[in-house]
Design a protein around this ligand. Structure first.
Ligand SMILES: [Mn+2]
Length: 496
């Protein structure tokens, strides 16, 4: 039981008893005492049973649906055609001494199982006798007293709809059985040297049984090839969660705009982001939040987050939460004192227009690179207007002289991983966008001090990033609730 649920039990139970003892019936009366006590207990347990989650990272009821995970296992087995796939989750990682980093499952494993415990492996059999089998930690009431609930194979099999489940200790022994006579061994080849060695050793052990008529898989294939393609196109279950993660992250950016004042430190604003994520059940950011005031915004992956925020400077925040394994990724840039200067506004409007141009092109059948090219043309025209670059739009793009001020690309796939899986090119060509793909659109402009550049523009670093889902009709901006135009931002920041 989670701490939260324990909390709600104690609160109700204690209040019921206190009401009775101190207000309603101060002089005793065992019958009435018991009646009220049992009503209290009944209310308490109804609330506990209706708490939406039995899992640690699933605060919203629709996320509890396990059917999508089973469907994905079936689809992967169909794509494999035949053979056995072995997909381990991530190991626990020590932070220091006997303290671990907060546990994060492997994305591929979670995509196919919805199972968030460490020390677990999924085994899939394709072909005529399809099976999905989980290996996980056994129930251990003594360990659970210290480390919390674990499902154990029997409950995990039921709850997550596997065909079979076994204790993780039996993995090697069962794998030798399961691998027998399978033509292909699928696993994330090369992702983890320890697993590579372990599985190849098992295959060798199986080869020694050849005289008994059992054949070892003679082909090895990287299971990530079919999996990455599946994960690239999000299903409805995924887009529901991503929409939720996006909305929580929008709330966090809005909150950051509301609370920021000159004289604060970057980490104080970071704390507000984390608070907003966590209070909605998204306990972790999807990546380390970038909270970059003034010149720090020109360092693309600045994560120091410990400088003072000064009036007259901009604050760039690139932050998004992870909810039930899915990332949001939003960047907003706003003035520390709540009002854009003329120079800041000029650059901001260029980046905003570039982003609008990119989002407008993001629709089915358009090539991956098209939003980047659309954003780049607007940015370069802006750089010419600001006298940052010289020449024509085409010549600046040709010579790449814009890269001094815009050195990254305009987006990436987004999903379980913030830079999500999926190829950007197919057969040497940029791939066409398809409904269900989710990408970020994030143009920017970063002007470091340079005598060739007007001084009013020095240390302006701006990026504007939204999460875009490609739909049949065009696209849906998942992160549209985060204030973005100059007037929306100044309105949000107006202090009473
Ligand atoms: Mn991004």
């Amino acid at each position: 039981m989670s701490a939260h649920r324990k909390g709600c039990k104690n609160w109700i139970g204690d209040s019921a008893l206190l009401c009775f003892e101190y207000c309603l019936y101060p002089s005793g009366g065992i019958v009435l005492y018991n009646v009220i006590k049992w009503i209290g207990i009944f209310i308490t347990y109804s609330m506990v049973l209706h708490c939406p989650s039995t899992l640690s990272n699933k605060p919203y009821p629709f996320m509890l649906d396990i059917k999508p995970y089973r469907r994905r296992r079936t689809r992967l087995a169909e794509k494999m055609q035949h053979g056995i796939a072995i997909i381990p989750t991530a190991p626990e990682v020590a932070r220091n001494a006997d303290t671990l980093y907060d546990y994060r499952h492997n994305s591929h494993f979670y995509y196919l199982t919805g199972f968030a415990e460490p020390e677990a492996v999924l085994v899939l059999l394709a072909g005529d006798k399809k099976q999905s089998i989980l290996f996980c930690r056994e129930k251990n009431l003594e360990r659970e007293v210290w480390d919390g609930f674990r499902f154990g194979p029997a409950a995990a099999k039921e709850k997550f709809s596997f065909d079979a489940a076994y204790p993780i200790e039996q993995l090697d022994e069962k794998l030798i059985e399961l691998m027998g006579n399978q033509p292909v061994l699928f696993f994330p080849v090369g992702a983890d040297a320890v697993w590579d060695a372990r599985l190849l050793k098992l295959r060798e052990a199986l080869k020694e049984k050849a005289r008994g008529g059992i054949r070892a898989p003679n082909k090895i294939s990287d299971v990530r090839e079919p999996l990455n393609e599946m994960r690239l196109i999000k299903d409805a279950h995924e887009t529901d969660i991503m929409r939720c993660a996006a909305n929580i992250s929008c709330d966090a950016h809005r909150r950051a705009m509301r609370v920021t004042r000159p004289g604060q430190y970057e980490y104080e604003v970071e704390a507000e982001l984390l608070h907003e994520f966590c209070r909605h059940g998204a306990r972790h950011p999807a990546y380390t939040s970038i909270v970059a005031g003034g010149a720090n915004a020109c360092t693309l992956h600045y994560v120091g987050n410990n400088a003072r925020l000064n009036s007259g400077e901009l604050l760039l925040i690139d932050a998004g939460c992870e909810l039930d394994g899915y990332a949001a990724d939003i960047t907003r840039t706003f003035p520390v004192n709540g009002k854009f200067s003329a120079a800041q506004k000029e650059v901001y409007e260029i980046v905003l227009a570039a982003q609008a141009a990119a989002i407008a092109t993001a629709k089915p059948d358009i090539l991956w690179n098209a939003p980047h090219e659309a954003a780049l043309r607007v940015l370069v025209q802006g750089f010419l207007d600001l006298k940052l670059c010289q020449g024509s739009v085409d010549s600046v793009i040709e010579s790449e002289s814009y890269k001094q001020f815009y050195m990254h690309r305009t987006g990436h796939w987004l999903g379980m991983d913030v830079h999500d899986v999926g190829e950007y090119k197919v057969k040497e060509q940029w791939r066409p966008l398809q409904p269900g793909m989710t990408l970020t659109v994030e143009p920017g402009c970063y002007i470091r001090p340079n005598d060739a550049v007007p001084r009013a523009l020095w240390n302006i670093g701006i990026r504007i990033e939204d999460d875009v889902l490609i739909t049949e009709q065009g696209n849906e901006v998942l992160t549209q609730n985060a204030p973005k135009t100059v007037s929306e931002i100044e309105e949000t920041m107006r202090h009473e």
